[in-house]
Ligand binder design. Structure first.
Ligand SMILES: *Cc1c(COP(=O)(O)O)cnc(C)c1O
Length: 429
């Protein structure tokens, strides 16, 4: 099969994310990826502004990550985690407990972010069941959130941009509160927390946990909210006896300028979900962390055990990669890298405001967002981006970038310039 035949097969037989089988958006075949570059099968090279959805933070084909997986494969690729354990799992758990906010002392490994969220939600339900409060079985969450595509994760995604309309009455009903209105950079006013306070005070008897993405609401709208909101949410959870689940799957490992977004507000959640960048973008892996108190309470309940156990739990290759990722992060080079990217974006992003089609631009850490007034034509815009030699994947009204941390200032400028010329061509046609 040549490149065109492969693409034809792909089009007729393989699902891509959120895609029609009858009229799929075009896809581009990738031959290889290295550093901040994605090389297409037709020879074109794209500068990557997506880190493959927040994951490839140190770039592709990284020598230390390659070495970690090569070394691990020689001793074992996988063994079951029931009844067996191994050094990579233990070493990784030690490191995760050390670097995450205080009080998170237990680690549950799983295969993907959505599963980590499911596990977090199961933990919360079992926690209350163990205390003979089975009526605390619903979740509170923020509108414009995103927590994954599995069943319960879906139920706490934004009711409009999420999938509620499709699965509607099959999804568990959760408590939604208006998303925070005051931006990360705005002036704090206690009124922003009132809707959450009202919701929790009226419904706390039914609420097991509040689940939210700390500081950055990602796939649900790319919004940055005020750290005081998160602080107040923590206090309200204490006051109303509700667990706080921080979904750091997108924000974790430095993306917002702090190692974890919870650090912006100096809070510790009761449960934390990690994924995406955890293996430096090499493979699917995730972890759910919780406190001694939650772990112990679950185990004192009638179920006695936490009821989850994936086949590939604590996969040694993934653990070895995660350890290598944390070693790279431990050098603290990422702080300066993220800061440089943030400064470069802050310098040039305001230029996008000269397009009348642009509603807002915002930058936090290594995240840059251009919000438009109208949703884009993905097919058209995507092709122009590729013709300009950059890889960005817009969705809805959002054109955004979260580049690999290793992207140089020059490359960041190039990405921004090419985004500008792409938008210029797109808007003027
Ligand atoms: C991507 C994401 C998930 C889901 O992770 P998957 O690995 O895609 O299942 C959950 N929560 C947040 C905040 C995410 O960004």
């Amino acid at each position: 099969m040549n490149n065109l035949e492969r693409l034809a097969f792909d089009r007729q037989h393989i699902w891509h994310p959120y895609t029609s089988a009858l009229d799929p958006l075009p896809v581009f075949e990738v031959e290889s990826a290295s550093g901040v570059e994605i090389r297409l099968a037709d020879g074109r090279v794209l500068l990557d502004g997506m880190s493959s959805w927040w994951a490839a933070i140190h770039g592709y084909n990284h020598p230390e990550l390659n070495k970690a997986v090569e070394n691990q494969i020689k001793s074992m690729s996988h063994v079951m985690f029931g009844g067996l354990t191994h050094k990579p799992a233990i070493e990784l758990a030690q490191k995760l407990i050390e670097i995450t906010p205080d009080g998170l002392d237990w680690v549950f490994y799983s295969d993907s972010g959505s599963v980590a969220v499911e596990v977090a939600m199961k933990m919360a339900l079992q926690y209350w069941q163990s205390q003979n409060k089975p009526e605390k079985n619903a979740f509170a969450t923020l509108k414009k959130g995103y927590h994954g595509d599995t069943w319960h994760a879906m139920s706490v995604c934004d009711p409009e941009t999420g999938m509620h309309s499709i699965y509607n009455d099959r999804l568990p009903k959760q408590f939604f509160v208006e998303e925070p209105q005051i931006s990360f950079f705005g002036e704090w006013n206690d009124s922003d927390i009132l809707p959450l306070e009202k919701l929790l005070s009226e419904n706390y008897k039914q609420i097991a946990a509040l689940i939210l993405e700390p500081i950055v609401q990602g796939a649900g709208g790319m919004r940055f909210y005020h750290p005081n909101y998160l602080k107040q949410a923590r206090l309200l959870c204490n006051q109303y006896d509700i667990l706080l689940i921080a979904d750091e799957i997108a924000t974790g490992f430095g993306r917002t300028g702090k190692l974890f977004a919870c650090e912006h507000a100096h809070i510790s959640p009761d449960i934390m979900c990690l994924g995406k960048a955890i293996t430096g973008g090499y493979m699917s892996f995730a972890a759910t962390l919780t406190s001694q108190k939650v772990a112990q309470t679950i185990s004192e309940g009638s179920a006695k055990v936490l009821m989850h156990g994936p086949t590939f739990m604590a996969n040694p290759l993934a653990c070895a990669l995660a350890i290598a990722n944390l070693k790279i992060l431990a050098s603290n080079k990422w702080k300066n890298e993220v800061l440089q990217l943030e400064q470069t974006m802050n310098l040039y992003f305001p230029e996008f405001k000269s397009f009348k089609e642009v509603k807002d631009v915002r930058v936090l850490g290594a995240i840059g967002v251009i919000e438009l007034h109208k949703a884009v034509d993905m097919k058209v815009l995507q092709a122009i981006f590729v013709n300009h030699g950059i890889w960005l994947r817009p969705f809805g009204k959002l054109v955004y970038t979260m580049p690999p941390y290793i992207m140089s200032t020059e490359q960041m400028k190039e990405l921004i310039q090419k985004t500008k010329s792409t938008l210029n061509q797109y808007f003027n046609n």
